[in-house]
Design a protein around this ligand. Structure first.
Ligand SMILES: Cc1ncc(COP(=O)(O)O)c(C=O)c1O
Length: 368
């Protein structure tokens, strides 16, 4: 059996480093926002080439606070994409603002800059592209439009730790960038976690206060804040994992290249497009196919597990029906939602397994 993701294998490879660190935290008696979290913030900021990093409890909280720091609130609009995990839009709704969706580019499935300007209104308070699957959106084009209108860009980099656009790291181009450390992410906690990175001193200060009840000083609440703090155990584990992240990312890229080489001429699937000016970190390796259900079943019968990221775009989700979108409004996103199929990808997946999966995909094409 080949799972979509194998967190036990990753843990086995770093167990000797993680266990003593967790035991040290347990013995320290300091469990929330301490030395480990502060150390991780410094190290992650350096990793992203950003001045500040503020650790929080989830990627969704990171997005929420980044939006609040940008002044987003009730009555405002935030332009984002629909072909993403639901949290992207939910974070906008938490602020009382309304998500406005633009379609994605067919090649990268990230925000289409050509559709952006028409969506800007006097109420637009932020633009939030998503670096889907680990490949950054077209940040130069998006920033140029945003700057022209004086609108801040917040990067949803929850799937893109270490991704680059023209040599610049994810999270460091917009006014802020938000990451998730959900266990299955390229850098994952043993529980929940998230972080905001920013070069803006004011945003950093505000986010730091908002994550801890809006207090600058204990029991002096300057703002209405939240309990979005990170645990010390997660901070300690993430510091260890961050030291392995580059090697893990390269292993993902090697596996993705192998898939793309083996499936380049496939009759049943189209491989993902990696743009020349970007470093794709392959959080997800999604092929596209017209008969997804059959391919998914046929791989399952060979013991190969696959995933769907994502089968329903947000604008067609029941929970967001109040936004008033209809089927057909975002055709590229809707087609992607019908066609994408995620193949297993993680550093511990062997090259032999990649070959086996690619052969099973091609076998299905041969049978059809
Ligand atoms: C694109 C995107 N945005 C936001 C999130 C939310 O992160 P979290 O699950 O840590 O709240 C995720 C991950 O789950 C994500 O993939």
């Amino acid at each position: 059996m080949i799972p979509l993701l194998d967190l036990k294998a990753q843990y086995a490879s770093i167990r000797s480093e993680v266990e003593p660190a967790v035991l040290r935290v347990l013995a320290s008696g300091h469990y929330v926002l301490g030395e480990e979290v502060a150390g991780f913030e410094e190290e992650f900021a350096a990793y992203c080439d950003a001045k500040h990093a503020i650790a929080v409890n989830t990627g969704t909280s990171a997005l929420h606070l980044a939006l609040l720091a940008a002044g987003v609130g009730p009555g405002d609009e935030v332009i984002t994409v629909s072909f993403t995990f639901v949290a992207t839009a939910s974070a906008v709704c938490y602020t009382g603002a309304r998500p406005v969706f633009v379609d994605v580019e067919p090649a990268t499935l990230t925000m289409d800059p050509a559709k952006l300007e028409a969506a800007i209104t006097p109420r637009t308070k932020a633009i939030m592209p998503v670096h889907l699957y680990g490949q950054m959106a077209d940040m130069a084009a998006i920033k140029a439009i945003a700057d022209k209108h004086g609108i801040p860009v917040i990067e949803d980099a929850c799937q893109a730790h270490g991704a680059e656009y023209k040599g610049r790291r994810a999270g460091s181009i917009g006014v802020s960038g938000c990451f998730s450390f959900y266990p299955g992410k390229n850098l994952g906690a043993c529980g929940e976690g998230g972080i905001v990175v920013t070069n803006d001193d004011e945003h950093a200060k505000k986010i730091r206060m908002l994550r801890d009840w809006g207090q600058e000083q204990r029991y002096h609440h300057t703002m209405k804040g939240f309990n979005y703090r990170m645990d010390e155990i997660q901070g300690a584990i993430l510091r260890i994992k961050l030291r392995h992240l580059e090697a893990w990312t390269e292993a993902r890229r090697v596996r993705a290249d192998r898939y793309s080489k083996l499936l380049a001429g496939s009759r049943s699937v189209r491989v993902p497009i990696a743009m020349m000016d970007r470093r794709h970190v392959y959080h997800v390796y999604a092929v596209r196919t017209h008969d997804r259900e059959r391919l998914q079943h046929s791989l399952r019968s060979e013991g190969i597990h696959t995933g769907l990221h994502y089968p329903i775009p947000i604008h067609l989700q029941k929970a967001h029906a109040d936004l008033g979108y209809r089927s057909g409004d975002l055709p590229i996103s809707e087609a992607a939602a019908r066609e994408v199929l995620s193949l297993p990808i993680y550093p511990e997946l062997t090259i032999k397994q990649v070959d086996q999966i690619a052969a099973a995909v091609e076998q299905d094409a041969y049978v059809s």
